[in-house]
Design a protein around this ligand. Structure first.
Ligand SMILES: O=c1ccn([C@@H]2O[C@H](COP(=O)(O)O)[C@@H](O)[C@H]2O)c(=O)[nH]1
Length: 241
């Protein structure tokens, strides 16, 4: 585990329409026990200052803006993200190897280099959805293809469903990060996610990091919901450390 210590395993997706409920949840969290993700909703509403505030509180922040553009534009956007002090940034693997390599090379030239990962196939998409946009085969086949492209481009890992983790792992080695949204406790609703697993099954299947949003943020008691998930995976994390 040279890229990072895989603990804490949970990345809380802060998908809120305003800062107040997010900061309320964050005020009860310990940077040693979970990481945070800021995505398109909060970044668009609140901007870089919100990200810097979370970084300033000592959290590892995954800036999930999924850049997908020409290589020069994506490389510059990744450098701008690095300037915010974030721990991890991402791009879409379907932007191609030239785009991914440009982003990696640009980050490598900086003194603070966040981890760089690529989204393979969104966890909200099933086989029919990907056929509609011209991808043939099962989601897993496409995840594997894009995981190989991402690894060959020198990135640190991918975003995929935990369902694909076991198949991808032997192809990319132990250091390559498998970051998995599409995580649902057994009692939770699936929402718009199609390729899901429970937190413990996700880790057992080879996921490194679990991105979890609504099962925590939409709960009546978000902190209690996070605590329950931490308890569910505690045995696995203890066995790994
Ligand atoms: O394939 C992907 C890539 C990113 N996401 C993001 O993860 C969270 C998941 O939130 P839930 O509420 O747990 O469904 C969300 O911010 C997505 O933008 C993803 O779900 N799938």
């Amino acid at each position: 585990m040279t890229v990072l210590s895989r603990n804490p395993r949970i990345i809380v997706a802060l998908d809120y329409p305003s800062a107040a409920p997010a900061l309320d949840l964050v005020s009860g969290l310990d940077p040693a026990s979970c990481r945070l993700k800021v995505g398109k909703e909060m970044f668009t509403r609140l901007g870089p200052g919100f990200v810097e505030k979370l970084v300033g509180k000592g959290f590892d922040v995954f800036l999930d803006l999924k850049f997908h553009d020409i290589p020069n534009t994506v490389a510059a956007a990744c450098a701008a993200a690095a300037d915010l002090g974030v721990w991890m940034v991402n791009v879409h693997a379907s932007g191609g190897s030239k785009m991914m390599m440009a982003a990696r090379e640009r980050l490598e030239s900086l003194s603070h280099r966040p981890l760089l990962i690529a989204v393979t196939i969104l966890t909200s998409l099933g086989e029919k959805d990907i056929a509609e946009i011209g991808f043939s085969g099962a989601p897993a086949d496409n995840v594997i293809r894009l995981a190989r492209l991402t690894a060959d481009s020198g990135l640190d890992g991918i975003v995929c469903s935990p369902l694909e983790a076991a198949e991808v792992r032997p192809l990319v080695g132990p250091e390559f990060l498998l970051v998995t949204p599409g995580v649902r406790p057994a009692s939770a609703v699936q929402d718009d996610q199609k390729r899901v697993m429970t937190p413990l099954n996700a880790l057992n299947n080879g996921a490194d990091l679990l991105v979890i949003g609504r099962p925590i943020t939409a709960a009546d008691d978000p902190q209690a919901s996070l605590d329950r998930i931490q308890q569910e995976i505690a045995g696995f994390c203890g066995a790994q450390s």
